[in-house]
Ligand binder design. Structure first.
Ligand SMILES: *Cc1c(COP(=O)(O)O)cnc(C)c1O
Length: 394
């Protein structure tokens, strides 16, 4: 049973939205431990090992700052610690989340330059390169890209964004939102020379909502010394000073840190390479099902297919929200809604986090039955296509 449910319904709820993802029982049990003294001697030891353990998921040897906040807070932290009022930020409109980050930059007094796309692919690396080459006076202070655009199911190539910046010999900082990709998709903060990696707890990291992250490069730290945007709660400086001994400047979300500690153990036990391969495989199985149904995948560029979620377009004249409502009502499964301009046009299947073959197949079964119940024109055989793929590819 769900914790709060207006109508009793037997069986486990399928939470297949692209975040929050399902929290493993082992993580829930870790949270169910007594809160400890966050100024006591054991906390420093716990904090120190945790702040080390989190680094490999980002692919960094540098500091990772942890906030008691949702991902939106870590977006703000990335901007206010590195930039000054009126600074130009080059951003790429991959979808709803990129748009929200851009609006935040505007509200903070920055000058975002927004490269538009059709919401059907990842960041336009060519345009980024062009804008940077044209910016001879280096007025662009940062390039900000969403790694996995959760509204469309498109994963941008951060290695290529870095290559475009290098090719233009442009000194801008590189800020990347990995809120829905970290812990699910390969990511290399150090190797790609990302300056701030923004992330959140409730998607690939398999935790409840409530923590968010900034992984910070030396160059970003240097920028923070002269950055003039006002900041207090988000300020890296007191965080890093306390973190050096395993502590936090204000009360940390202690039980969420127990959860993080356990989730990181789980990721490291499975092996990050295996975790990434599992997500790739489930993404492919899901796309095979969608194609067999005769429906269209929102992301049009196979190089940008997301291993985290698949957004599916409804045929003209059919409502994605009506389909989702029918699936919730009949089969007790939540799917992601279409965000922003995609509202009612797409639904999103989350295949991220603590998920195995049978959960993926159960999810696809619910979708296939839902298409029938809601009267959405489709061919049967999607689940069969996914079964054939998963059974044939261990
Ligand atoms: C979920 C998400 C956010 C917003 O994070 P919150 O935790 O809801 O504040 C931002 N960017 C991306 C890519 C996301 O998936």
């Amino acid at each position: 049973m769900a914790y709060f449910q207006s109508k009793p319904i037997a069986g486990r709820h399928f939470l297949q939205i692209p975040g929050p993802s399902n929290v493993p029982d082992r993580v829930l049990r870790a949270m169910d431990n007594p809160t400890m003294d966050h100024r006591g001697p054991d906390f420093g030891l716990f904090g120190k090992q945790l702040l080390e353990k989190v680094k490999p998921v980002f692919g960094t040897k540098g500091p990772v700052i942890i906030y008691p906040a949702s991902g939106t807070g870590a977006w703000e932290a990335a901007l206010v610690n590195t930039l000054s009022p009126g600074d130009t930020v080059l951003m790429c409109e991959t979808g709803q989340f990129a748009s929200l980050w851009q609006e935040m930059a505007q509200r903070l007094g920055l000058k975002p330059v927004f490269i538009e796309t059709d919401w059907r692919r990842g960041a336009d690396v060519e345009s980024i390169g062009e804008r940077l080459r044209a910016d001879k006076g280096h007025s662009i202070k940062a390039v900000a890209v969403v790694h996995n655009e959760t509204s469309t199911g498109a994963t941008s190539r951060i290695d290529e964004v870095r290559a475009a910046m290098d090719a233009a010999s442009h000194p801008a900082l590189l800020l990347v939102d990995t809120i829905s990709s970290l812990g699910s998709v390969e990511y290399k903060h150090d190797e790609w020379r990302v300056d701030v990696t923004v992330s959140g707890s409730q998607k690939g990291l398999m935790l409840p909502p409530g923590l968010s992250f900034n992984a910070v490069s030396d160059k970003a730290l240097k920028a923070s010394e002269t950055a003039k945007l006002p900041r207090s709660f988000w300020d890296w400086k007191p965080m890093l000073a306390s973190n050096a001994t395993g502590y936090f400047p204000y009360t940390p979300a202690t039980n969420m840190l127990y959860a993080l500690d356990t989730a990181l153990d789980m990721l490291h036990e499975e092996g990050l390479e295996n975790v990434f391969a599992r997500h790739e495989r489930h993404g492919e199985a899901t796309r095979r099902a969608v194609r067999a149904w005769g429906l269209e995948i929102q992301c049009e560029d196979p190089r940008h297919y997301s291993p985290v979620l698949t957004a599916v377009r409804l045929p003209e004249g059919h409502s994605a929200n009506a389909l989702r409502a029918a699936i919730l009502e009949r089969f007790n499964m939540s799917l992601g809604n279409g965000l922003g301009r995609l509202n009612d046009r797409v639904f999103r299947i989350g295949h991220l986090g603590d998920i195995g073959d049978l959960q993926v197949l159960g999810t696809l079964t619910g979708v296939e039955m839902g298409l029938r119940v809601a009267g959405v024109p489709h061919k049967s055989g999607g689940v069969q296509a996914a079964m054939d793929y998963l059974a044939g590819n261990a």
